[in-house]
Design a protein around this ligand. Structure first.
Ligand SMILES: [Zn+2]
Length: 387
């Protein structure tokens, strides 16, 4: 890869013909049309948080260096940004009055409102830019290894860069566009933001059953995303049909896996809804996020719910009463051993050799309190638990 250092390009040069697309939330062009600010393999603009974008302008005003910027030369007089897109979009937006920063008196000031000398300080700042030339694959693998001012690319952003092409372009249009009206619905089930590729990552993970890289690689040159979109929508439709109420505990569950496992079973959404509410309100259910899979699986696997266990004081007290009674009757302090016929029938177990058990199982309405607690030897407790 060949690189040329440029130190004479100014903020003003870059902002010549700067276009920012408010709808898509990204900077598009600059440098009199010669520079593509957000090529397809780049991440979305994420600096518009009133901190990082403001810090860029602050740096310019104070004469701090903005750091190295890398352009890729794609043709004679045609460049794409390889690194520096967030910084360039920040000052481009400021210079075109898209946001304001606080001055020394705490007043919000747009670019057009600040003193001329300050405006000139910003515009005349010279940037340190490397122009790189090389094979596409060479440049992309290099892109993968560089960090963008302190915020490393996440896995999906890296994959988008490596597999950039028509498929990623279509996929980002659908899943990485913060203006997509479906995002609110998706956010009930998927955590993260469109800008950081959370929905795209999820869609790919679901359709590929976890083999995202293989999937992206084999579909790289597809000109459509119909399979990806159809599968994703099937999962979302299925979840929102089976579970009619949206609960915060649903966000970020493995819906792709749950869909694969359970979508062929029939559910009555009203009954499901009632069950969800009951379990959410049950003080013995510790793991609320396990409720959904528990119900999908037919309300059998109570391990998913992490039912609350008896506390030490309860166990100690039950152990004491049970053992005193058993010693009087000269039988085992494990009630199940006591009715057996082997040598354990009159064995007195130590507390450490016993476990607490729900007399009436939690799943049959038994409470986790002292009235519903008995101590069993570990063997009997395990045997009962497996029933
Ligand atoms: Zn026993």
């Amino acid at each position: 890869m060949k690189t040329t250092l440029k130190t004479d390009i100014t903020v003003k040069d870059i902002c010549e013909g700067f276009v920012y697309n408010e709808l898509e939330g990204k900077g598009l062009f600059g440098l009199s049309g010669k520079l593509t600010i957000q090529p397809e393999y780049q991440r979305n603009y994420i600096y518009s948080d009133g901190k990082r974008d403001v810090a860029v302008i602050d740096s310019l005003l104070k004469g701090y260096p903005l750091g190295l910027i890398y352009f890729v030369k794609v043709n004679e007089d045609e460049f794409e940004i390889l690194d520096g897109q967030q910084r360039i979009t920040s000052f481009g937006r400021y210079v075109t009055n898209k946001f304001a920063i606080k001055d020394e008196n705490g007043l919000e000031q747009y670019f057009s409102g600040i003193a001329v000398d300050k405006r000139n300080t910003i515009l005349e700042t010279k940037l340190t830019i490397y122009e790189c030339e090389g094979e596409e694959s060479e440049i992309k693998s290099w892109f993968k290894t560089i960090n963008i001012v302190g915020i490393p690319l996440n896995d999906q952003e890296v994959n988008n860069a490596i597999f950039s092409g028509p498929f990623v372009t279509c996929a980002k249009e659908e899943f990485s566009n913060s203006q997509n009206s479906n995002i609110q619905k998706w956010s009930a089930y998927i955590s993260g933001s469109a800008n950081r590729q959370a929905f795209l990552k999820c869609a790919l993970d679901w359709v590929s059953k976890g083999n995202v890289v293989d999937y992206m690689s084999s579909h790289r040159y597809d000109d459509n995303i119909s399979e990806l979109k159809t599968y994703f929508n099937s999962v979302i439709d299925w979840v929102s049909t089976v579970f009619i109420d949206v609960e915060s505990e649903m966000c970020g569950l493995e819906w792709g896996r749950l869909y694969e496992t359970y979508h062929k079973k029939a559910y009555d959404p009203k009954k499901v809804s009632k069950k969800v509410q009951d379990l959410l309100g049950d003080p013995y259910v510790k793991n609320h996020r396990g409720i959904f899979e528990y119900i999908l699986g037919g309300s059998i696997d109570t391990k998913l719910l992490e039912i609350r266990v008896f506390d030490e004081a309860t166990k100690k007290s039950i152990y004491k009463t049970q053992t005193e009674k058993a010693e009087k009757k000269k039988e085992s302090n494990c009630p199940l051993c006591a009715i057996g016929h082997d040598s354990n029938a009159n064995k007195i177990w130590k507390q450490s050799e016993m476990d607490a058990d729900h007399v009436t199982a939690w799943s049959k309405g038994g409470a986790t309190n002292i009235k519903n607690c008995q101590m069993l030897c570990k063997t009997h407790n395990r045997a009962k638990g497996n029933k």
